[in-house]
Design a protein around this ligand. Structure first.
Ligand code: ADP
Ligand code: MG
Length: 233
């Protein structure tokens, strides 16, 4: 069966107003990502990785060109439609964890499911499974202020993956993780990718992450300069 594309970007341009002029953060990006890819955007700081992830995640619109995500054109979505797309189908792992400080670890992860109307008992099973993926079942009652940076990042990862979204977007997810936790979590992600065909897109320059990628898209000054498929073995 031919692979099915889940993300398709055509002549994508993103400019930001600066002073009297504008800054081109993405310069005519063309890219297709298929269902079930395990891929990464790699490039120096300022090369446009986060800008590209934000558009794929329908958090931002392109200035020119087309971004199709799960069959929808990002620029044509209303705010409500974009929120629906994100809530139901996209998991985000940001550099800053954005955990809600007054809620427990359990509640922070559960939050993603409340929007979907899943019954309590089912939610509990799903949250505990996600906490198991990141090795934090014993912290379910802790508050974010009681966690280390690495543990907070693992909660954010559980929160992104608990709803088993079609797409996971991870922006420098390993920045605060030690080597052992990075490997454990990446192995869990690979398992989800294989079992559920979850499409993963990382923005990273961490070797620990890069060694798991099956495709590396190199960005420089807002353009794709190399698109590398990593062979078997
Ligand atoms: N809201 C914004 N306003 C102005 N410039 C921006 C904005 N967001 C990003 N940029 C600029 O766009 C470029 C790409 O940024 P970004 O996508 O964050 O890069 P990366 O994630 O690869 O480090 C940078 O030069 C950054 O300063
Ligand atoms: Mg970035």
């Amino acid at each position: 069966m031919a692979p099915q594309s889940i993300i398709s970007l055509t002549d994508l341009v993103k400019t930001f107003p600066v002073g009297n002029g504008e800054f081109t953060a993405l310069n005519r990006v063309n890219l297709t990502i298929d269902v079930g890819e395990f891929t990464g955007l790699v490039g120096p700081s300022g090369s446009g990785k986060t800008t590209l992830l934000n558009i794929i995640g329908s958090l931002d619109c392109p200035t020119q060109g087309e971004a199709h995500v799960l069959g929808k054109s990002v620029s044509t979505l209303t705010a409500r439609e974009a929120a629906e797309l994100r809530n139901n189908h996209i998991g985000f792992i940001f550099q800053s964890y954005n955990l809600l400080p007054v809620y427990t670890v359990f509640e922070n992860v559960e939050f993603a499911l409340l929007l979907q109307g899943i019954p309590t008992a089912k939610r509990r099973t799903m949250v505990m499974e996600a906490l198991e993926w990141v090795g934090l079942t014993d912290k379910e009652k802790s508050k974010p202020s009681q966690l280390s940076g690495g543990e907070s990042q693992r909660v954010a990862i559980a929160r992104a993956m608990v709803k088993k979204p079609a797409i996971v977007l991870a922006d420098e997810p390993s920045a605060n993780l030690d080597a052992a936790n990075s490997h454990h979590i990446l192995q869990t992600m690979v398992k989800l990718n294989e079992q559920l065909k979850t499409t993963f897109i990382f923005a990273t320059h961490d070797e620990k992450v890069m060694q798991y990628l099956r495709r590396i898209i190199h960005l420089q000054d807002g353009a794709i300069v190399r698109d590398e498929t990593i062979g078997e073995g």
